[in-house]
Write a protein that binds this ligand. Structure first.
Ligand code: DC
Length: 196
């Protein structure tokens, strides 16, 4: 069975939590595509060469979830050659037998426009900054908010595969939603699509 759930959205919108919950609930494989860009950035050296030589070992680094890695990932992600080097792996993962959930910025628009379910998960910049700040346990709030704004501007403003909702995506704004409520809405969507 091929069944792809594409989840896009800005940093700290809740898309990772929702993706993991969907994968668990429906027995789907999960790929956090942001980790690929984070691993490329943290490998150092020429980012294009790093993307072309990316290995499963690179995805196991302990520092990939740091604020620094996220910021660095956003910078290498503007390079079309980096994106191109990571495309085939993501496409194959998306269409693997048994179904998959992928979360990122361009899954429903570029990586898997044929996805059976597309969600665009978002929240206000202030809410996302607060989540990131609490989760990271480092930095100060004003700095994290400035980073969120800068990251949004870079991710939505780049020429190649910018962050945007696919025209056929369902938008889920989590600003005033609990995790449970957001997950329940996403599960209902997937369930309805699976039933056909
Ligand atoms: O989802 P994240 O915070 O781990 O992503 C880190 C950066 O990687 C993000 O700011 C932009 C880039 N990215 C991307 O360009 N395309 C994706 N599909 C996933 C992440």
């Amino acid at each position: 069975m091929q069944f792809t759930v594409a989840i896009d959205g800005p940093a700290a919108s809740g898309k990772g939590t929702i993706s993991r919950a969907l994968a668990q609930e429906f027995g789907l494989a999960h790929l956090d595509t942001g980790l690929l860009y984070r691993a490329v950035a943290m490998k150092g050296g020429d980012p294009v060469a790093a993307a072309q030589a990316l290995s499963p070992e690179d995805l196991k680094r302990a520092d990939l979830r740091s604020l620094h890695a996220g910021e660095a990932a956003s910078r290498v992600a503007v390079l079309p050659e980096v994106r191109a080097a990571l495309t085939a792996f993501q496409r194959t993962f998306a269409r693997r037998d048994g179904g998959a959930v992928l979360d990122g910025r361009d899954i429903g628009t570029v990586i898997c426009p044929e996805a059976e379910v597309k969600l665009f998960v978002t929240a206000s910049p202030e809410t996302r900054a607060r989540r990131r700040w609490q989760e990271a346990g480092e930095g100060n709030f004003a700095e994290v908010l400035a980073q969120v704004h800068a990251r949004d501007a870079r991710d939505t403003g780049r020429a190649d595969a910018p962050l945007c909702a696919a025209t056929d995506a369902v938008v889920l704004d989590t600003t005033d939603l609990s995790i449970e409520a957001a997950v329940a809405q996403a599960c209902a969507l997937v369930s309805a699509r699976l039933k056909g």
